[in-house]
Design a protein around this ligand. Structure first.
Ligand code: NAD
Length: 306
């Protein structure tokens, strides 16, 4: 298979490219190196890919690039480029979220419409659910509690619209808090490991009893390719299957790595209280089975081997 991966230099995108290449696919990666976190970390992510045969990379912004040539010969598009992060999505940053999560998705879909592909896989988010009861099935009414969630839901609706209006075979996968080696530095386990190694104290928001359905990155990218190769179109959850509280996450890192200095912070707007995926649909549709237990995933992360 020949794939276009947007957001290829990012956390999940770089793992996806590696997984596709290992499976024998040819991969064209595109990324604009946004400055949400240190772009040097994206250079590091890319260095895991650039020596590999079958991989080519284009530094380009989906909002301004001529997307047609990037799609030449592609039979699958994995659209992971976007502006992540819940808390910074309030206020003045919202136009950036809108541009990178909504307008960029529309630009890509519009180009794909004129050059049909076998599958268009979109990295959606559990943030679309807001405070829905857990475990949450895809039939739950999405009610985001953050501006970020609104933009991810809008991107997902665009995929659904191009699917129903133009027959574009889109799959939107609602990813639940992804972790693993090379995780974004703003995310919980990256911060916890940094704190356990003597870095900045870990900010624990609220009472620490909020739960997250942490999902290991290799389980996520495996499912993305499996979904692309299946007949499935539409929306499906990808969750790790065993939500834990943030207090338990801290305890797991302390047990496996070492003591973590924690600083309490008030719970901010935008954070869902609990997330938990019902993964029945993904299991039935493309055999999704999260294999990595939290302790194994943290151990791999601590050793920084994927
Ligand atoms: P990331 O920031 O590491 O990767 C996103 C990449 O997209 C970055 O390298 C960035 O430079 C690139 N990008 C952004 N806008 C672009 C544009 N207009 N043109 C080209 N490149 C652009 O984030 P991540 O954690 O790897 O997330 C990847 C995707 O998965 C995002 O769409 C995110 O919303 C979604 N997602 C992530 C999680 C998670 O837990 N990490 C959960 C749910 C959904």
């Amino acid at each position: 298979m020949r794939a276009l991966v947007t957001g290829a230099a990012g956390f999940i995108g770089s793992h996806l490219c590696a997984h596709l290449l290992a499976a024998g696919d040819t991969v064209v990666g595109v990324d604009s190196f946004t400055d949400v976190y240190d772009p040097a970390l994206k250079e590091r992510n890319l260095r895991t890919l650039t020596p590999r045969p079958g991989f080519t990379f284009h530094r380009a912004d989906l909002l301004t690039a001529d997307l047609g040539p990037l799609l030449d010969g592609a039979d699958t598009v994995y659209h992971l480029a976007g502006q992540p992060g819940v808390r910074p999505s309030w206020g003045a940053e919202f136009p950036v979220y809108t541009a990178r999560n909504v307008l960029a998705t529309q630009a890509l879909l519009e180009t794909v419409r004129t050059r049909p592909v076998g599958k268009f896989v979109y990295a959606s988010s559990s943030s679309v659910y807001g405070d829905a009861p857990t475990p949450t099935p895809e039939t739950a009414c999405p009610r985001p509690v953050s501006p970020y969630g609104i933009t991810k839901l809008a991107g997902e609706h665009l995929c659904e619209l191009y699917r129903t209006a133009y027959g574009l075979p889109t799959v939107s996968l609602r990813l639940f808090t992804v972790y693993g080696p090379r995780q974004r530095p703003d995310m919980a386990f990256a911060r916890l490991l940094d704190a356990a190694r003597g870095g900045a104290p870990f900010p624990l928001y609220g009472d620490g009893e909020q739960t997250r359905d942490f999902t290991y990155v290799l389980d996520v990218v495996t499912a993305m390719r499996d979904a692309a190769r299946s007949r499935f179109t539409g929306v499906a959850n990808l969750g790790g299957g065993s939500p834990v509280s943030m207090k338990q996450a801290v305890a797991a890192v302390e047990y496996l790595v070492g003591p973590v200095e924690v600083v309490s912070r008030p719970a901010g707007p935008g954070d869902a209280r609990h997330t938990g995926a019902d993964i029945t649909l993904a299991r039935r549709a493309f055999g999704f089975h999260p294999r990595t237990a939290l302790h194994d995933g943290i151990t791999a992360m601590a050793g920084e081997s994927p």
